[in-house]
Design a protein around this ligand. Structure first.
Ligand code: HEM
Length: 218
């Protein structure tokens, strides 16, 4: 991890905590303020998540200084995302504490069934990003866990934002949702683009291999 990466990681926790504290001081530390803080921390986490999600495919499709930096620092960005989500988790605990013994009104079944495993996977990804743990895990397993986790989190972000946008009453402005949804779809476009047209596209390699085999065999 380079110097910038180290500063980024070190700044993530205080920045997210400060943002959460500022939102709570504006809206109160009750149900309303905690939900606002949950919305804010999710949006902060969104930034390092999307950068991690597009780092490799963007660098494959269109290498520039920026994409090379993203690619080289994608692990660091992923750690920043995981740390931001820790504050989402902390606020969730607080929300449950506020409404105990009942389940908080703001939490849906989908939050538990899909968001719960998603959050768990984020922590697994965070822990397995530590150098020693990473080195101890079979690279295929490590890659599989992290790839699956990235796609699952992408899906959860999209689901949360689309669902909340349609459900909130009174509604929040569209600008709180649509730009984030557009960025998510564009990010998936970058990944698909790299899978179809990038230099490491798997289907092309497979086709080339089959072609070669066909030639030698026949
Ligand atoms: C990787 C996992 C997760 C992601 C990516 C995620 C993402 C988000 C996003 C984008 C929002 C903002 C929605 C809005 O603006 O209305 C949000 C808010 C929220 N999330 Fe999560 N979340 C995750 C896990 C969870 C879990 C496990 C729970 C509860 C069991 C949860 C409960 C909430 C609640 C209560 C809010 C506030 C909703 C409101 O304002 O009414 N989240 N989350």
């Amino acid at each position: 991890m380079g110097v910038i990466g180290r500063y980024l990681v070190q700044a993530t926790v205080p920045l997210t905590v400060l943002l959460g504290a500022w939102i709570l001081s504006e809206h109160g530390s009750g149900d309303v303020g905690t939900r606002e803080a949950l919305r804010g921390t999710a949006r902060i986490a969104f930034v390092p998540f999307v950068l991690t999600f597009i780092a490799r495919p963007l660098n494959e499709l269109h290498p520039t200084r920026v994409s090379r930096w993203l690619f080289a620092n994608r692990g660091t960005l992923g750690v920043c995302f995981g740390l931001c989500m820790t504050s989402h988790f902390g606020l969730l605990l607080w929300l449950h504490y506020l409404s105990a013994p009942d389940i908080p009104e703001a939490v849906t079944v989908a939050d538990y069934v899909i968001g719960g495993p998603g959050l768990f996977l984020v922590f697994v990804m965070l822990v397995t990003s530590a150098k020693r743990v990473h080195a101890a895990i079979d690279p295929r397993w490590w890659g599989g866990i992290h790839r699956f986790g990235l796609y699952l989190v992408w899906f959860i972000f999209l689901g949360c934002l689309v669902d909340s946008y349609g459900r909130k009453s009174p509604p929040y402005p569209a600008s709180d949702y649509l730009p984030f949804i557009a960025v998510l779809i564009a990010a998936m476009g970058v990944r698909l683009g790299a899978a179809l047209f990038g230099p490491n596209r798997k289907w092309a390699r497979r086709a080339a291999n089959e072609g070669t085999r066909g030639v030698t065999n026949g």
